[in-house]
Design a protein around this ligand. Sequence first.
Ligand code: RB5
Length: 149
Amino acid sequence: MTTRNRIVLSSDHAAVALRRAIGAHLAAKGWEVVDLGPQTTDSVPYPAQGAAAAEKVASGDCRFGIILCGTGQGIMMAANKVKGIRCGVCSEPLSARLIRQHNDANMLSIGARVVGEALALDIVDAFLSAEFEGGRHATRVDMIKALEA
Ligand code: RB5
């Protein structure tokens, strides 16, 4: 069963500080945060970090996932290889809102070397406050799901 207020965070070494800031922000808003680390800035491979978070979302253990690396791109590519994951990289709030409303994204990726903390928190809030609109968008999301079959 999906835990509706549980969210997983994961990053590589390039995004430790921003991931922690996002975790504190979400905890203050009442989210149960599952933080997959890392806890130091020693190098860790973004594919493993992205896949671990994606598995938490795909299994239903977490409702959403937020992942970060230097650009947000590599860890997003890894997460999207896990069946059931729809993850987009966002550098501004509009895209973060629209990937929920139109694409039913269940994961958000952010580049810690691209956006600062205040903007990242706005992006996170835009993502989490938006709802999937369904309708014609559901038809298109179903087409994405069919590609996984
Ligand atoms: C690590 O230096 C960097 O390559 C990684 O954080 C990310 O930007 C990859 O997409």
